[in-house]
Design a protein around this ligand. Structure first.
Ligand code: PEP
Length: 255
């Protein structure tokens, strides 16, 4: 593959409790013991309450763990928020930022996503910044502009040195979830190129090209292999199809 390593992971959203998460992780770890982590980075992003048990249930070299969200402040009067220090304490490596459900249901803005990205970098987490156009934006023909805005706003003030730690997930909103229609591999690849070009504009040729860009939105056993063989797609960010460890393992074996 293009960068020598594939990035494959899942966000369990608000579905799995502690025991469901640790059962899932233990099974996934067992099923993927023979897979070289040099060639594939596997990651899981459980709910906050399951994170601590999740970290203890599998080695971090086997499956990287992420949080679904994070506050941009270390501490203070922010009732209901989770701070980077709390996530550090658990041993979380990745922080997912700006999932479309955060942006659309909880009205998070690009300015807030940027604060979270900068905070995550300051604490040596890998920010997984999620971007993607809605169906209305796609129909108006402004998808590329939206992606560029989400990247340039979301990564504002990120230094080239810090850019080495960032991952991007391209998740067209119309492709996500039960009502979603997966993007065709050609469409996804075209948008990934727009994203890579924007990252190159921001951070230069080498750094920009090396930022992993993962595709997400109704990835399944049928389309995973086709998507991953596209030149600009560096990994897959999966919802529903990865929540069963056996099924996730099939996808992992297919790519
Ligand atoms: C997601 O919500 O990030 C996602 C990719 O979900 P699904 O694969 O279920 O469409």
């Amino acid at each position: 593959n293009k960068m020598g390593k594939l990035y494959i992971g899942t966000n369990t959203k608000m579905y799995m409790n502690i025991s469901q998460t640790t059962d899932f992780l233990t099974k996934l770890h067992g099923l993927t013991l023979d897979i070289s982590r040099k060639n594939m980075e596997l990651f899981v992003i459980p709910s906050y309450t399951a994170l601590n048990s999740a970290r203890k249930s599998v080695p971090k070299e086997s499956i990287s763990l992420g949080a679904q969200n994070m506050c941009w402040e270390d501490r203070g009067q922010f009732t209901g928020e989770i701070s980077p220090l709390m996530l550090k304490e658990i041993g979380v490596q990745i922080v997912q930022i700006g999932h479309s459900e955060r942006r659309l249901i909880f009205k998070e803005t690009d300015v807030e996503e940027n604060k979270k990205v900068l905070c995550a970098l300051r604490h040596n987490f890998t920010p997984l910044l999620c971007i993607g156009e809605t169906i209305e934006q796609k129909e108006k023909g402004i998808s590329d502009e939206i992606l560029k805005i989400q990247i340039k706003m979301g990564l504002d003030k990120v230094t080239p040195e810090q850019a080495k730690n960032i991952w991007i997930a391209y998740e067209p909103v119309w492709a996500i979830g039960v009502d979603g229609i997966p993007a065709s591999k050609e469409y996804a690849n075209e948008k990934h190129k727009v994203i890579k070009d924007t990252l190159i504009e921001l951070f230069g040729e080498t750094l920009g090209r090396n930022i992993p860009v993962l595709y997400g939105g109704s990835v399944n056993n049928q389309n995973a292999a086709d998507l991953i063989q596209m030149p600009y797609i560096d990994g897959l960010f999966i919802g529903r199809s990865a929540w069963d460890a056996d099924n996730f393992n099939i996808i992992i074996r297919n790519v």
